[in-house]
Design a protein around this ligand. Structure first.
Ligand code: BGC
Length: 422
């Protein structure tokens, strides 16, 4: 060291290496969370904005790690690569089954202390809490409840053509045939495995009923998987294939919602993240675009929840992670976030007053379904089976949808694929 350095120059030089003494408020400003998520559509990005702004108020900055791809499969692959490289993000968006898988690996942070002081356990439906708590430890926070079994209907097209929105699959086929005969695309759809399976979930539930969905999809009961009912499910999938436009392959879900809004297609079978796109486009859900439960599924509620889980990125990040979790679970935040996202709050104590007719219906229906034991996790959206089995079912559903495969062969392939993945 230069022995002619003055004491103050020495202090300055050392300052470059020593921790700076700064006021607590300024320190808080330096906290940053890197968040991996798949919210890249317009309404999803707007919802991210609500969370980002809320955190900014707490002095936590948001470092964005978006991975495009509805349903989150690509995001989960990216997350696996980050974890394998020893560089996990601070927090990641996960669906219920992947919360369990990551928790099983012992990689998720413990949020039990925050859960206890803030009383999270008292304000969440049991079905949601079950995914957030692993071995008695809180490992994730739920930001919403989405309902995948919705049918979105362009009211003007139906009115102009003297049609009534369908309540059963039979009615659906009748209106779809009538629309097709008039040269109108009945169904806006994007041919991606998770979207095909979102439709499949609706058909299994609508054709077979809640008990059949539970047995076939949640319990993987062999008899149900190979039953005549499952053959009928694939028959209905084949009918649906005839109701989509020639450009459906690979289309993103939000582009399909755009077709519905512009009247280029009459209906869409999609979760209520589609409602987020309606709101973003200043279209009134329940008026210009109607929300009906998917054909044959009234009384049952398929759900999926977006959770955020914290990864171990060192003690220095723990305070930021706690702030993040606290934000997600705050009552006001759950209201403002879900008004934008299209979902309903995960917290049961948020008032529905500010929600549109579809949001209010969702809130009432989930309570009724809880009571009737018809509240069940969505397969397409990670709440019915672990990823390997989910993927095995995606493969068969998509292969059947895009080929001439018979329903009988599809049922055989379904069982074989599920068994191979188990
Ligand atoms: C997520 C939603 C998301 C949708 C489309 C679902 O699995 O739960 O939050 O908007 O996928 O990306």
């Amino acid at each position: 060291m230069n022995r002619f350095l003055t004491a103050s120059a020495l202090a300055l030089t050392m300052g470059a290496f020593a921790p700076a003494v700064v006021p607590a408020a300024a320190l808080a400003q330096e906290q940053t969370v890197e968040v991996l998520h798949w919210w890249t559509a317009g309404s999803e990005a707007a919802a991210v904005g609500v969370l980002k702004d809320d955190l900014a108020k707490k002095g936590v900055a948001w470092q964005d790690m978006p991975v495009a791809g509805g349903g989150g499969e690509a995001a989960n692959t990216a997350l696996k690569a980050r974890v394998a490289a020893g560089n996990p993000p601070t927090a990641a968006q996960l669906l219920g089954m992947t919360v369990r898988e990551w928790a099983g690996e012992g990689l998720l942070g413990d949020l039990t202390a925050e859960a206890e002081t803030q009383g999270w356990g008292d304000v969440l439906p049991t079905a949601i809490k079950d995914f957030a708590v692993e071995d008695g430890k809180w490992v994730a926070v739920p930001v919403n409840i989405h309902r995948p079994n919705w049918l979105w209907v362009n009211a003007k097209i139906f009115k102009d053509n003297g049609l009534t929105p369908p309540k059963t699959w039979e009615e659906f086929n009748t209106v779809a045939d009538a629309l097709k005969a008039k040269g109108i695309t009945p169904l806006a759809h994007g041919g991606q495995p998770w979207q095909d399976t979102t439709v499949f979930d609706d058909v299994v539930l609508g054709v077979g009923g809640p008990d059949f969905y539970r047995k076939a999809i949640i319990e993987l009961d062999e008899e149900s998987l190979t039953s005549d009912t499952m053959v009928k499910v694939f028959d209905q999938m084949r009918r649906i294939r005839g109701y989509v436009d020639p450009g459906f392959s690979g289309r993103d879900w939000n582009l399909a919602t755009g077709m519905l809004i512009r009247g280029e297609a009459a209906m869409q079978l999609m979760g209520d993240w589609a409602k987020g796109e309606l709101v973003k486009a200043n279209v009134t859900p329940g008026e210009e675009i109607l929300c009906l439960t998917a054909p044959g599924t009234e009384g049952a509620f398929l759900f999926n929840t977006d959770f955020f889980a914290m990864f171990d990125v060192g003690d220095a990040q723990k305070a930021a992670q706690a702030s993040f979790a606290e934000s997600v679970m705050a009552k006001d935040f759950q209201e403002s976030f879900n008004l934008v996202k299209g979902s309903i709050p995960a917290r049961t104590d948020v008032s529905g007053d500010k929600f549109d007719a579809c949001g209010k219906k969702s809130m009432a229906d989930i309570k009724a379904a809880e009571g009737a034991k018809t509240l069940m996790g969505s397969l397409a959206h990670g709440h019915a089976q672990p990823a390997a089995i989910q993927r095995a079912i995606f493969d068969v559903v998509t292969q059947h949808f895009n080929s001439e495969m018979s329903s009988q062969d599809a049922v055989k392939a379904l069982l074989a694929s599920v068994q191979a993945a188990q």
